[in-house]
Design a binder for this molecule. Structure first.
Ligand code: FUB
Ligand code: ZN
Length: 652
């Protein structure tokens, strides 16, 4: 019963009616807690995460590494800290993923085990609310002396986990632990205005979740306080002089003065997500102007066609504009997860579908690639080409990515629907059911679709009472352009339009900010269908991306494709894709968990055994969705295929 009451309150909050009076926010997303996923593409993935991925996270967290032992030792104030100083965060992120997974896939023994973890975490908390096993087991007198040591980052993940676990189970022990820690941080920093530049942003967005959860304004103020610390030279002399330049953690300028993307990609994504969350409540134009400019810099100059970001390994982040190497692309899984977070917030603030176009690209390509089809292998970096030596791992020393992709997949319900005073919004095409609150009315929505393999979407709209409102259906930007801006374009002009029907008749609609707007008196059982032209689209890069000169990439719906040189029979780097190539697509139910493949005949370069002469022969090539590569062994792979022989650059 407790559980049930709670979910209702989350739903109301997620529907925006608590905040709507004060905020300019355009859309309030419907929380995963109110969405049941029925989708043929996502439901099996959520099942895999709920079992295999969570299993891997639990096993590595509890048995194969000392992450849980650290909490046991901290509670006893004795023992040696195991692992790295930010490892507590992996425990919290695993709990957050477990919380979402338990909602979709109840599992009494997993919940019991998680309760035991939570007991250990709570027992390790110091009387003043501080909680960090690294400092508790090394030298507690050194706490809060090094901004890089991720104490506030870990606190942020604790807050997110506490809220998620409470949302699913109604149990508040972890949440109360998190609140005590947040209150400790508030008293040590904001209340004393003690300078502190978080070395890894995360606390800002977490505090905003806590603010929405508790309605306690101090968490909003603390989040804004953290944002305001950046760019004032506060970080100087404490960490950045000794370690990295301030731009690395977006500390070069005050957030409101920033206009370009810099530094570490995950840090940046979490920062701007938190800033957007604050701006959504405070309507702070400074943050909105800054983020608008930074977003354009990311999407117009720094983003891979997979929606991955952060080209360089040396700073795990952004390099020079248009410098997007494929084989060495870092594109950390967490950075794509962060793109999903940030773009969702930008969409909420603006009501513009362009952000969901980017979100969808990062979700279906850059992020999903981080997880094996079996659910228990992970990519940390997600390159767009490989010579065959690169594969997913069971775990990492720095293990941020596994639990991040786990929490994203199991909470994908967060990104589908939204509501506002007069409209119901559909952002992603994922089979699901929900009920959206419209004032006093409740609108039940049921979506059925074969997306991303087909472009057929059927939405049944059932208001409790017949009423006038807008249905705002996103028209995917990829129908006309791969991404907003001119970083990529279709090699052939595309101007595809959706077909839209209401109850079997051509719909009367307008287009606004990338949404098809159908305004009518809706009644129970109204059926909207949208047909999206699905075909193979060839993409070319902006000429300033030197690595993609004379190359094209293939896209189908929201998915980027690649060629995988299975068992090295075919070297993906030897395949060309001339201009007049024709394509066929087919659904292969037994391949890679069931995918649409793209087939085409292409010239393949063959080098003679003596290495002195080269010939080409035509072969039928099968391209697979990028996110499915490396599930048949550690093969070579290419996303960007050369259009002709003389310009081949197999290695960049
Ligand atoms: O520092 C915590 C996490 O480890 C970052 O988000 C990742 O990029 C990795 O460096
Ligand atoms: Zn990561």
């Amino acid at each position: 019963m407790k559980n049930k009451i709670f979910i209702t309150s989350v739903f109301l909050l997620a529907s925006g009616f608590v905040l709507a009076q004060n905020s300019l926010q355009k859309i309030y997303p419907v929380s995963y807690a109110g969405v049941t996923i029925t989708d043929a593409f996502w439901k099996p993935k959520m099942e895999t995460v709920a079992t295999a991925t969570i299993d891997a996270c639990v096993n590595y967290t509890q048995n194969k590494t000392g992450r849980i032992r650290n909490f046991e030792k901290a509670a006893k104030h004795s023992g040696k800290h195991e692992g790295i100083y930010y490892d507590d965060s992996d425990v919290y992120k695993a709990i957050e993923a477990i919380a979402y997974a338990l909602k979709n896939h109840p599992d009494a023994s997993l919940e019991k085990n998680t309760d035991e973890w939570i007991d250990k975490i709570a027992a390790a908390q110091l009387p003043d609310g501080y909680l960090n096993t690294y400092y508790e087991l090394t030298d507690i007198n050194k706490r809060w002396t090094d901004m890089e040591k991720h104490e506030d980052y870990c606190a942020g993940h604790l807050i997110e986990a506490g809220i998620a676990y409470y949302n699913t189970t109604g149990k508040d022990k972890l949440l109360n632990t998190a609140i005590r820690f947040a209150d400790h941080i508030d008293s040590v920093f904001r209340k004393q205005n003690r300078p502190w530049v978080s070395g890894h942003q995360e606390i800002e967005l977490a505090l905003m979740k806590l603010y929405h959860h508790t309605k306690n304004k101090k968490y909003l103020e603390l989040s804004d306080w953290f944002l305001a610390q950046r760019g004032r030279g506060n970080g100087k002399g404490v960490i950045w002089d000794q370690w990295k330049d301030p731009d690395y953690c977006q500390d070069g300028l005050p957030v409101k003065d920033q206009r370009k993307i810099t530094g570490h990609a995950v840090r940046a994504m979490y920062l701007y997500t938190g800033a957007a969350d604050v701006a959504a409540v405070t309507n702070d134009a400074g943050y909105i102007t800054a983020m608008d400019s930074i977003w354009h810099d990311v999407v117009f100059r720094h983003m891979y066609i997979t929606g991955g970001i952060g080209a360089q390994g040396k700073n795990e982040g952004f390099g020079h504009p248009y410098d997007l190497p494929n084989e060495s692309a870092y594109c950390e899984t967490c950075a794509s997860v962060g793109m999903v977070f940030w773009n969702q917030r930008m969409n909420m603030l603006s009501g513009n579908a362009q952000y969901i176009d980017v979100l969808e690209r990062s979700l279906y390509n850059g992020a999903l690639d981080g997880l094996s089809l079996s659910g228990d292998r992970f990519f940390y970096g997600n390159p767009l080409a490989s010579n065959g030596g690169y594969g997913r791992s069971e775990w990492f020393g720095t293990a941020c990515c596994p639990s991040n992709i786990a929490r994203l997949v199991s909470s994908v319900g967060n990104y589908i629907y939204g509501s506002s005073a007069n409209a119901v919004w559909v952002n992603l095409f994922i089979g699901s059911n929900t009920v959206v609150q419209q004032g006093k009315n409740k609108i039940a929505l049921a979506m059925e679709t074969g997306y991303p393999w087909t472009g057929n979407i059927k939405l049944t709209v059932s208001p409790a009472k017949k009423s006038l409102f807008e249905l705002r259906l996103r028209v995917p930007g990829w129908l006309t352009t791969p991404v907003p801006g001119n970083l990529y374009h279709y090699a052939d002009q595309q101007n595809d339009q959706p077909t839209l029907m209401v109850n079997g008749e051509k719909a009367d609609y307008t287009i606004d900010n990338g949404y098809a707007v159908i305004k009518r008196n809706w009644k129970k059982g109204d059926i909207v269908t949208m047909g999206l032209p699905m075909k193979v689209r060839k993409i070319a890069g902006n000429p300033q991306i030197k690595q993609n000169t004379n190359r094209v990439a293939l896209q189908y719906g929201p998915l980027i494709y690649c060629i995988e040189g299975e068992k090295n029979i075919l070297q993906s780097g030897n395949i060309m894709l001339p201009e007049n190539t024709t394509f066929e697509t087919a659904y292969e139910p037994s391949l890679l968990g069931g995918v649409n493949v793209i087939r085409f005949d292409a010239p393949v370069i063959k080098v003679a055994n003596d290495g002195l002469s080269v010939s080409t022969s035509k072969q039928t090539i099968t391209a697979i969705p990028y996110f499915t590569w490396n599930n048949r062994g550690t093969n070579d792979m290419q996303v960007w295929l050369p259009v002709r022989i003389q310009k081949i650059r197999i290695n960049e």
